[in-house]
Design a protein around this ligand. Structure first.
Ligand code: P53
Length: 479
């Protein structure tokens, strides 16, 4: 056993998921079609496809997820048994506003989350809720072009206000947009579709479109923060960034400058969310690139007035980049400018395993954004083998968690980072966001289902279940 550091009293140990990746029930009780419902299954190295609506004969794994929509009472019991203090999930926008542009919400959708939150609370587990986790209503994509359209701000704020008001006594911790900065990478087609509901071809100026959509999202987020605080001043409303620190390959000055620019380009979203203003380099960059941005003075005032209460972030891996000698512009482009890190191992999906990077990132964010932090995703996607007796010996997962939790505890105990909680990703097996696979498993709880939705969907405990239970019971001391 490794000895860790005890986390402070009230620390929120838990687990994290997103509605579209586990609920299933994609067309029940009045739910509309979301982006996630038109994404087919991919595989390791094979991207998912987006179809124009739901098509006969295609495989859409988010339609069934792990059937949490029907199984949550059983799952909540298992979470409670592990000792969870909180559970992060998202609200499927299309359960509340099936098309996204209605004015009256769908009562059956609202009731589902009332029942889910009540059940969690009855086990002493507080819900932590993401408003938009990769699943904008598909109608808003088709009819409005997603967040390329300023009208989306109103639709999002209406959705946020309805659920803030409905769950004001059940939910304290909220996040506006999941991994808002995930869209800085260009890989056809989904980061922009998943994050912002933009469907662009390789010939479109995707980069300008990304900055514009992100701006509207940041304004929408700032308005939601203000609306939420007006509804309940005790709300804690955070941002959510995908934190993958980017290192220079060597001490060569050009490598260091490129890594600095890479960090600026991946994390300016956090500057706006937390500090309420655009960093100085960005308007210069828009000018140099000739991007004609719709950013008004009123928008800038909104951003300043709607800063977040905490930094929610995911951490899975770090990246590395290198400079180009004599290039004054350092126009880092993701993923083209990434290089391999010779010092770390990788998962079967090529994700670089780097626990120290978590501690590094927590220090970096503390110094830059000066806000409490909440690790709302961290975990290890792996192929698991279920033995004949039903057990799953996932020692590789335990070892990933042990190293990362220790790094997190060092950031708190030794470096003074103010950390609200820790919710490992996919605490119960669910559909992968990037590949649509079930085979890329993250859970402490195994779900008997394959990539095509075949299986009993029965739940069982992996070895990591008992291990994480012991971590929580010891407040993080027994790793
Ligand atoms: P999957 C890319 C890089 C880091 C995190 O990812 C990412 C992504 C996009 O896939 O997404 C987050 O399932 C996201 C979750 C997602 C999880 O990480 O691709 O917030 O929805 O499932 C893990 O292995």
């Amino acid at each position: 056993m490794t000895k860790g550091y005890k986390m402070p009293k009230g620390f929120l140990w838990g687990g994290a998921v997103a509605a579209h990746q586990l609920e299933g029930g994609w067309d029940v009780d009045g739910k509309g079609v979301s982006i996630a419902d038109v994404m087919t299954a991919g595989r390791n190295g094979v991207p998912r496809k987006v179809t124009d609506g739901v098509k006969e004969g295609e495989v859409y794994p988010n339609h069934w997820g792990n059937d949490f929509y029907h199984c949550y009472p059983e799952d909540d019991k298992l979470f409670a048994e592990m000792g969870f203090k909180c559970f992060r999930t998202s609200i499927a926008w299309t359960r509340i506003f099936p098309n996204g542009d209605e004015t009256t919400p769908n009562e059956a959708g609202l009731k589902f989350y009332d029942d889910l939150f009540d059940d969690l609370l009855s086990h002493g587990i507080q819900p932590v809720v993401t408003l938009s986790h990769f699943e904008i209503p598909y109608h808003l994509v088709k009819a409005y072009g997603g967040f390329s359209n300023r009208k989306m701000i109103d639709f999002f704020v209406r959705f946020a206000t309805v659920v803030f008001d409905r769950y004001k006594d059940k939910v304290k911790y909220w996040m506006t947009f999941n991994e808002i900065n995930n869209q800085t990478a260009w890989s056809d087609p989904h980061p922009l579709l998943q994050n912002s509901g933009l469907q662009l071809g390789a010939d479109d100026n995707w980069e300008q479109a990304m900055y514009q959509a992100a701006h509207y999202e940041l304004v929408a987020s700032a308005l939601a923060v203000q609306a939420g605080h007006a509804i309940n001043p005790d709300f804690q409303i955070g941002c959510m960034v995908a934190m993958c620190p980017i290192y220079p390959l060597t001490a060569k000055p050009a490598d260091v400058m490129m890594a600095e620019r890479a960090m600026q380009k991946r994390y300016w979203f956090g500057d706006v969310h937390c500090l309420g203003e655009y960093p100085k380099w960005l308007p210069k960059y828009f000018e140099r690139k000739g991007f004609d941005m719709d950013i008004t003075a009123a928008d800038l005032a909104t951003l300043k007035a709607g800063t977040v209460d905490y930094v929610g972030f995911s951490y899975y891996m770090s990246f590395v980049t290198k400079g180009r000698d004599g290039d004054q512009e350092y126009d880092f482009k993701e993923p083209d400018d990434f290089v391999e890190n010779p010092y770390v191992e990788k998962s079967d999906w090529g994700w670089q395993i780097d626990p120290t990077g978590l501690r590094y990132a927590m220090n970096w964010m503390q110094d830059r954004w000066h806000l409490p932090q909440f690790i709302v995703e961290n975990g290890f996607g792996a192929y698991d083998k279920k033995e004949a007796d039903g057990s799953v010996h996932d020692d590789y997962r335990i070892s990933y968690f042990r190293d990362h939790i220790l790094a997190m505890e060092e950031a708190v105990a030794l470096d003074g980072v103010d950390l609200i909680g820790y919710t490992p990703w996919g605490c119960i097996d669910l559909v992968s966001a990037s590949t649509g696979e079930m085979a890329k498993r993250y859970g402490f709880i195994y779900v008997d289902a394959d990539d095509n939705g075949h299986g009993s969907f029965d739940r069982s405990k992996k070895d990591s279940f008992d291990w994480f239970q012991q971590v929580i019971a010891s407040d993080g001391e027994d790793l």
